[in-house]
Design a protein around this ligand. Structure first.
Ligand SMILES: [Zn+2]
Length: 378
């Protein structure tokens, strides 16, 4: 890889890719240990890799306040969601050790400060609801009451659930450059890809050089399709229906926050760090239940000047197979009525798969449906 080649790609958010990996200090024994939740661990790993550039650690009070109130860091740079580490009390000393759930020390944090925060205000501003039934708000309400800020150095990276798909931003950027791509569209998903998603990713790909299918493999709700099943679905779909030199499948290590519109912005900024110049935003991106309007995750991009994000969002409608058009289409491109469209509700599809029935080919590729049928049987 040459530096000249990667210069063709979009620049990371804030200008340069952060690398917070490093060697472990000689002696950790005297340090207080803070144990991270799985969500905090995925944030830590993304801080290490530069996926959260320009952040170098967990947010200090000024950045937190500015992000919650104004969706910008205190520097003015766009940023949509807090990246914070919750603790009970201020630690002793100017450095602490960060440990995973098994007690393994994985990083050190240089203590910049500890501050109080208002959970209800964070919920209202970031999730647009204070309802404890919302899975992101539920997680927020359950966490510890103060935030610990500071720069991190990570010396034990998280074990990726899919090592062959674990590419850091520097790796995806190198892969894009090797393929000669300049304009790359990123696709966030936490679901199997059915024909509707295949249609919009291919429609986007028609206008750029390459496609990054970037499934989220961090924590999700327990009723989402398990990551191992989804990854197998991506494999059979890409092998069968996408040209190998135009698509890259890699895992996005973030945990879902279910913050809908703000998370769409956050997801876009992260993908910019991975080297994507474009980002697909469908209906109800990162939403859950009926907390967000269908297009809220698209409308929120209007709250930023284009240069603030730099990465360009590509908005899509719900799409379907139209029997009269004889193709995939959406309300934007098809004048026919619902009777001419092949549409199945998620519930209906799950029922069919549970009975071992393949949904119509206009809805789902049979190879993908077969993987799901086997997963439902297991
Ligand atoms: Zn039609």
């Amino acid at each position: 890889m040459s530096a000249v080649a990667t210069d063709r790609l979009i620049r990371p958010h804030g200008g340069s890719l952060v690398d917070r990996t490093g060697a472990a200090p000689d002696d950790l024994s005297g340090l207080e240990v803070v144990t991270l939740t799985s969500r905090e661990l995925s944030d830590l790993d993304m801080l290490a890799s530069g996926a959260l550039s320009p952040l170098e650690g967990f947010m200090a009070a000024d950045d937190y306040e500015s992000v919650v109130e104004d969706m910008r860091l205190s520097s003015g740079l766009a940023w949509a969601l807090p990246v914070c580490l919750a603790v009970d009390a201020a630690p002793q000393g100017d450095r602490v050790a960060l440990a995973d759930g098994s007690g393994r020390t994985v990083a050190v944090l240089e203590v910049e400060g500890v501050f109080d925060y208002d959970k209800e205000r964070e919920a209202e501003r970031c999730f647009r609801t204070t309802d404890a039934q919302h899975p992101g708000v539920e997680r927020l309400y359950a966490q510890k009451g103060r935030y610990l800020a500071g720069r991190v150095t990570v010396f034990e990276r998280a074990q990726p659930p899919f090592p062959e798909l674990a590419l850091d931003p520097a790796d995806t950027r190198a892969a894009f450059s090797d393929r000669g791509w300049k304009r790359v569209v990123g696709f966030q998903t936490r679901n199997p890809i059915h024909r509707a998603h295949e249609y919009l990713t291919k429609t986007a790909l028609e206008t750029v050089d390459g496609l990054l299918i970037h499934p989220l493999v961090g924590d999700t709700k327990s009723d989402d399709v398990p990551a191992v099943t989804r990854v197998e679905c991506y494999r059979v779909l890409v092998d069968g229906y996408y040209p190998a030199d135009r698509v890259l499948v890699s895992a996005f290590p973030a945990a879902m926050r279910y913050a809908g519109p703000r998370e769409a912005i956050w997801h876009a900024i992260c993908r910019k760090n991975y080297g994507c110049s474009h980002f697909i935003v469908g209906r109800d991106h990162a939403g859950v239940g009926s907390y967000y309007g269908t297009y809220d995750a698209q409308l929120i991009f209007d709250e930023f000047e284009p240069h603030e994000l730099d990465i360009e969002p590509m908005f899509f409608e719900h799409s379907f197979w139209c029997r009269v058009c004889g193709s995939m289409a959406s309300a934007k491109t098809c004048p026919h009525g619902g009777d001419d469209h092949v549409f199945l509700s998620g519930t209906k599809v799950r029922e069919m798969l549970g009975r071992g029935e393949l949904p119509p080919v206009e809805f789902s590729r049979p190879e993908v449906a077969q993987v799901l049928i086997e997963a439902y049987r297991a």
